[in-house]
Design a protein around this ligand. Structure first.
Ligand code: SF4
Length: 327
């Protein structure tokens, strides 16, 4: 494969090909600064100096029937996590209040599991409808919905649904055998048709190749989601990937992945999700030249940096929090 001509990445009219995307992921480190500056140009052009900060509440935890290799909530996982069917309303609404009080950008609510009864969705819809009364922007990370269930959540005012592709189509059977990549694509298509905003990203560091990362981002580009969360694997004890070697997740490689996401989806929110505090520790200045979205605290079963620390950090670096939820 030829080395990429970096003048291409400055041309916004140009749609990056698969080979070019792979070349960016394999870019020699002496060209890293040039790549970061190209990503920074797009970040500034489309996102200004805003950082969208999301608060994540794990509404349902554990006991999932699926075998996703990275996930502490999977049926194969022996990770020591709290398991519950629905978090207390008290906790859910106090988290929602935090989104307004800080203020943050969006409340993300995650539910473990792949399918839900209509009664469970009706109950969730009631909670969403109550939170929407104060104007919170809400994104729900949830398994596969029937069209009827998706419409129930739409009716309740849910703004956005997160459904990640996680990896490429060809690598997917290595990380999950209980559902298919195409079932994810079909679910996202149905949600888009109904009119939801889409949040769709993936996980880096599970043993996939640069080609897999490029293929995943090409499929995400096709979906054109409002938000693209990129997670860097934090191996969790008790999961299939607990001993996964993450030495390939260097600062340079993680930066190239995020920059490629920015170049391929310049209008989308690019979020550095799980792994930010590990793989970008002390490199936040570079990180925010590329991404415009982060989680404030907590990634489901792994703890994240505290909310106040996050707000202080982005202010110190000259950014302002984007307030999407009305106070
Ligand atoms: S990622 Fe989702 S579907 Fe997969 S095991 Fe975890 S909770 Fe279940």
């Amino acid at each position: 494969m030829k080395t990429i001509d970096l003048s291409i990445i400055k041309n916004e009219e140009h749609t990056l090909t698969r080979d070019e995307a792979i070349s960016i992921l394999k870019l020699p480190e002496e060209h890293l600064d040039e790549l970061i500056e190209a990503a920074f140009f797009l970040r500034r052009k489309y996102k200004g100096n805003k950082v969208s900060i999301q608060l994540l509440t794990n509404v349902r935890s554990g006991n999932c029937s699926q075998d996703c290799a990275y996930c502490a909530q999977s049926c194969r996982s022996t990770a020591d996590i709290k398991k519950y069917l629905k978090i207390s309303d008290e906790r859910l609404f106090s988290d929602d209040k935090l989104v307004h009080d800080k203020p943050l950008s969006r409340h993300c609510i995650g539910l473990s599991g792949i399918s839900f009864t209509d009664d469970e969705i009706a109950d969730l819809a009631r909670s969403i409808s109550d939170m929407k009364k104060s104007g919170t922007q809400i994104c729900c990370s949830i398994g596969f919905l029937t069209e009827k269930q998706a419409l129930m959540l739409k009716e309740a005012g849910l703004d956005r649904i997160n459904h990640n592709l996680n990896s490429s189509r060809s690598f997917y059977p290595n990380i999950c055998t209980t559902h298919t990549y195409d079932s994810r694509i079909n679910n996202i298509r149905m949600l888009k048709r109904i009119g939801f905003e889409i949040c769709c990203g993936g996980i880096i560091g599970m043993g996939e190749s640069e080609e897999d990362v490029a293929d995943m981002l090409i499929d995400i580009r096709e979906i054109s989601p409002e938000s693209v969360p990129i997670n860097f694997l934090l191996p969790i004890k008790g999961t299939k990937l607990e001993n996964r070697d993450t030495s390939s997740l260097t600062f340079a490689y993680c930066t190239k992945v995020l920059a490629l996401a920015r170049l391929m989806l310049p209008h989308s929110d690019i979020r550095c999700a799980a792994g930010r505090e590990v793989y970008f520790k002390n490199n936040e200045e570079t990180l925010f030249k590329i991404v415009d979205s982060i989680f404030a605290a907590g990634y489901l079963t792994e703890n994240g940096q505290g909310i106040d620390d996050t707000l202080t950090l982005i202010k110190r670096l000259g950014y302002t929090g984007e307030i999407e939820s009305r106070t």
